[in-house]
Design a protein around this ligand. Structure first.
Ligand code: SAH
Ligand code: SF4
Length: 474
């Protein structure tokens, strides 16, 4: 694969920061305390991007709010993976008519994957005049400059040029929590699964340099984060574009070597590149969680081929067996698409049988959504929505049953969990995660948030485990 990336020079980020500070002087003049709201749709990568948007906004002097009527600036960070997410974005952006009427100086920005598609940018240009600023994922690093243009000229700004992809270091961040953190290790995707819009809107794979990733992990550990999730569309191909001798397994080992008590998680792994070396590394690195999210998408080889997934059912099942040999306690989760064009009852039966065989701890199931410009969009799709819904319901039932069975098997066991937040409920006021990432509800002192403790599991259903604190903290 050709090495394509634009690295934004540090001077450029410094220039963006100096623009932030000019904006700060302006919007906080006469003691004003302006507010901004960032609304995020879609995947964890978008959550991580929104932390950068908040970082820039904080540098500009904005406090954060969740109330769109209070906000002086609203940034909607969008997703394009399925039509449903786009419809929600358009509905919610349309509803901002009310807030802008009440607050005519309000600035509304729409960014992210959805607006990296030309037909969507055009739709916003024509039908959503309340939107002042539109920018794609490749322009996020220069949000301050684009924002200032809106402030200066009171004209709409659109920045959604096609771009194979940028890498920008040094953008300030305002992270959401204090226990769990996202750490992007790479951007973009080269795989072009035939149903998927991601490679078109996020550009080609670009890995961050290992020293940048490790430095950020070190900072996170030093600031007290206990759960670090390494993010990429296909983390297993980390490093290939860099021409260095560091692959994803090596990167895990480098982060595992950072002193401190914390967990390393990652997502998403593509089965075509999952290696024995990765499984061995996960087993050997004490801080690496024993969880793999390994999206299979379908159980039929015919459909996997039509999806351009580059593996067979047999290869996938072989990987699962190998991963479980290395980690008998491995938690496995997956994504599945139901109703890919031309998927028959027989094809779908193979998805069901694969899921029965693997017995996933949790499954994320989606009905196929046609995406403009992807190869699958022009494949014959003779099955009705009702046919697909029937399959979807059958798969959901299977997924729920297996999750419940697996969760029930935890009852009576002791688990080391990381307490990650308060639920606001009386009975089970704390939430926690097992090493494998399963949700545990428990009762305890709020001071436990951010600590690893040992709990005894007393109940479990499809969605969660329930536990009580065991005597010894571990
Ligand atoms: N890069 C990741 C996930 C990307 S999108 C991976 O390859 O695993 C997250 C999930 O959304 C995918 O795993 C897939 O199951 C689902 N998805 C992607 N495009 C879709 C589409 N057009 N219709 C329905 N589901 C889709
Ligand atoms: Fe989409 Fe496939 Fe890339 Fe995942 S690997 S982002 S499903 S193209």
């Amino acid at each position: 694969m050709k090495y394509e990336r634009t690295t934004i020079p540090p001077e450029e980020i410094a220039r963006q920061l100096s623009i932030c500070h000019k904006i700060f002087d302006r919007v906080t003049a006469d003691g004003a305390r302006p507010l901004a709201m960032v609304d995020t749709y879609g995947c964890q990568q978008n959550e991580a991007d929104s932390e950068k948007l908040r970082g820039y906004l904080a540098e500009m002097g904005y406090g954060m709010t969740q109330d769109e009527f209070q906000a002086d600036v609203i940034v909607v960070n969008t997703c394009a993976v399925r039509e449903h997410a786009e419809m929600r974005v358009l509905g919610n952006v349309g509803a901002l008519n009310h807030t802008k009427k009440a607050k005519p100086d309000q600035i509304i920005a729409v960014c992210g994957c959805m607006v990296q598609q030309e037909h969507m940018t055009e739709k916003i240009r024509r039908s959503y005049p309340i939107v002042d600023l539109v920018f794609g994922p490749h322009e996020l690093w220069r949000f301050p400059e684009l924002f200032k243009r809106v402030l200066d000229r009171h004209k709409r700004v659109f920045a959604t040029e096609q771009n194979p992809g940028v890498v920008a270091e040094g953008i300030p961040r305002r992270r959401d929590g204090s226990v769990k953190a996202w750490l992007s290790i790479m951007y973009g995707c080269n795989n072009f699964c035939t149903y998927c819009v991601v490679p078109y809107v996020r550009g080609r794979e670009r890995s961050r340099l290992p020293e940048e990733v490790v430095a950020e992990a070190r900072e996170l550990v030093a600031s007290g984060y206990k759960d670090i999730t390494l993010l990429g569309q296909n983390v297993n191909s980390y490093g290939r574009d860099l021409g260095l001798d560091v692959d994803f397994a090596d990167l895990i080992r480098m982060i595992n070597d950072i002193p401190g008590d914390f967990l390393i998680r990652f997502m998403t792994s593509h089965p075509k590149d999952a290696t024995e070396k990765l499984f061995r590394t996960m087993a050997e690195c004490k801080k690496c969680a024993h969880h793999i999210h390994l999206p299979v998408q379908a159980g039929s080889n015919r459909i996997l081929k039509a999806m351009n997934r580059s593996y067979t059912r047999e290869k996938y099942l072989g990987e699962i067996a190998s991963a479980r040999r290395w980690m008998p306690d491995l938690v496995l989760t997956t994504d599945i698409i139901v109703g890919f064009p031309g998927e028959t009852d027989e094809d779908f039966a193979e998805t069901l049988s694969l899921c029965e065989e693997v017995r996933y701890d949790a499954m994320f199931t989606f009905i196929y959504s046609r995406r403009v410009g992807t190869p699958a969009a022009s494949m014959p799709d003779p099955y009705t929505r009702e046919d697909k819904q029937k399959h979807f319901d059958a798969l959901t039932e299977l997924a729920n049953r297996i999750s419940a069975e697996k969760h029930r098997a935890y009852i009576g066991t002791k688990q080391r969990v990381l307490v990650d937040g308060e639920t606001g409920r009386d009975e089970y006021n704390l939430s926690a995660r097992t090493n494998g990432g399963r949700l545990v509800h428990l009762k305890g002192d709020p001071s436990l948030v951010g600590q690893f403790i040992t709990v005894e599991i007393i109940d479990g259903n499809t969605w969660a485990l329930y536990g009580k604190e065991a005597e010894n903290h571990g």
